[in-house]
Design a protein around this ligand. Structure first.
Ligand SMILES: NC(=O)c1ccc[n+]([C@@H]2O[C@H](COP(=O)([O-])OP(=O)(O)OC[C@H]3O[C@@H](n4cnc5c(N)ncnc54)[C@H](OP(=O)(O)O)[C@@H]3O)[C@@H](O)[C@H]2O)c1
Length: 246
C-alpha cells in the first residue's frame, strides 16, 4: 500500500459491474462512483431509462448485454480500452420448482455460473495489463440447501470453486480474484419473500442482526476486496449475511 493516500479512492480507475442495473450491482456501481471511479454497468434492458429510479445511475455508462450470449459479451467488451475492476453480479432464480426441470436448471446455471467465466475470461487480458481485480457475487445458498432452487444453489456453490480456481490461476498474472456471499438483501430477486409478510418475518427471525441486508452493505465489502486494502487476499469468498449462516 506504499504511496496510496486513500486505498478506497478509485479516481482514475475503470470499473465494470455486470448485473449493475439493479439491486446489489446497482448499489455497488454507485459506491464506486462515489469513490471517483469511471463506472460501466451491464443489464438486460435496452436503455437505462427502462429501469425504475434510473436517475440513481446518473453518470454511469450503461449497455444492454445478455451475458449468456458470449458473442454479445465479446462485442461489448471490445469497447473497453482499459479495465481495473470487474464485478460479476449477474444472477437469476426460477421459482415454483421450475429449477427441477433440466431446461430451467440449465438456464440458471448459464446466467449464474457459466456467464461469470465468460466475462472473466473476456476481460483477462485487460485486467492483466492493469493488474486489476475481479469480485464474484455468490450467495449463502452456496453453503447449504436452498429449498426449491437446486440450480440456484448449485450455481452459487460452483462460484466458490470458480473464485478459488481463478484466484490461484491468475494471481501470478497480477489479477486478484475474490468473491462475496450475500445473505438476504432486499432486491427484485427476493420480492417473493419480502412481499409476503409471513415469509419476511420468518427470514428476519433467523438473521442475528435482525434486518435485511442493503446493497450498500454488500458494496462496502466489494470496495474492500477491489482495493489495495485486500492486496494479499486471493480466491476468498467473504460471507456478508448479518450472521444468517451462524
Ligand atoms: N438479493 C439477495 O438476497 C441475494 C443474496 C445472495 C446473492 N445474491 C446475488 O446477488 C446478485 C445480484 O442480485 P440482486 O439480488 O441484486 O438481484 P437483481 O436486482 O435482480 O439483480 C440481478 C442483476 O443481474 C442482471 N442479469 C440477470 N440476467 C442477466 C443476463 N442474462 N445478462 C445480463 N445481466 C443479467 C439483472 O439485469 P436486469 O436489471 O436487467 O434484470 C440485474 O442487473 C445475483 O448474483 C444474486 O444471485 C442476491
Amino acid at each position: 500500500m506504499k504511496g496510496v493516500a486513500d486505498p478506497l479512492d478509485f479516481t482514475g480507475k475503470t470499473v465494470l459491474v455486470v448485473g449493475g442495473s439493479s439491486g446489489i450491482g446497482r448499489g455497488t456501481a454507485r459506491a464506486f462512483v462515489s469513490r471517483g471511479a469511471t463506472v460501466h454497468v451491464w443489464g438486460t434492458r435496452p436503455d437505462l431509462s427502462d429501469y425504475e429510479d434510473a436517475q440513481e445511475l446518473a453518470g454511469i455508462h450503461y449497455a444492454q448485454v445478455d451475458v449468456v450470449d458470449a458473442q454479445r459479451v465479446a462485442a461489448a467488451a471490445s469497447g473497453f480500452t482499459e479495465l481495473d475492476v470487474l464485478i460479476l453480479c449477474q444472477g437469476t432464480v426460477l421459482y415454483n420448482r421450475r429449477e427441477f426441470e433440466t431446461e430451467a436448471f440449465r438456464r440458471v446455471i448459464d446466467v449464474n455460473l457459466t456467464s461469470m467465466m465468460t466475462c472473466a475470461q473476456t476481460f483477462h487480458d485487460a485486467l492483466r495489463a492493469s493488474k486489476g481485480s475481479i469480485v464474484i457475487v455468490s450467495s449463502t445458498a452456496a453453503y447449504r440447501a436452498t429449498r426449491g432452487n437446486p440450480a440456484y444453489a448449485a450455481s452459487k456453490a460452483g462460484l466458490l470453486g470458480l473464485t478459488r480456481t481463478l484466484g490461484q490461476a491468475w494471481a501470478r498474472k497480477g489479477i486478484r480474484v475474490n468473491g462475496i456471499a450475500p445473505g438476504f438483501v432486499d432486491t427484485k430477486l427476493t420480492k417473493v419473500t419480502t412481499e409476503d409478510p409471513e415469509r419476511l418475518a420468518e427470514a428476519l427471525g433467523i438473521i442475528p442482526l435482525g434486518r435485511l441486508g442493503e446493497p450498500a452493505d454488500m458494496a462496502g465489502v466489494v470496495l474492500f476486496l477491489a482495493s489495495p486494502l485486500a492486496n494479499y487476499v486471493v480466491g476468498e469468498t467473504i460471507l456478508v449475511d448479518g450472521g444468517l449462516t451462524l
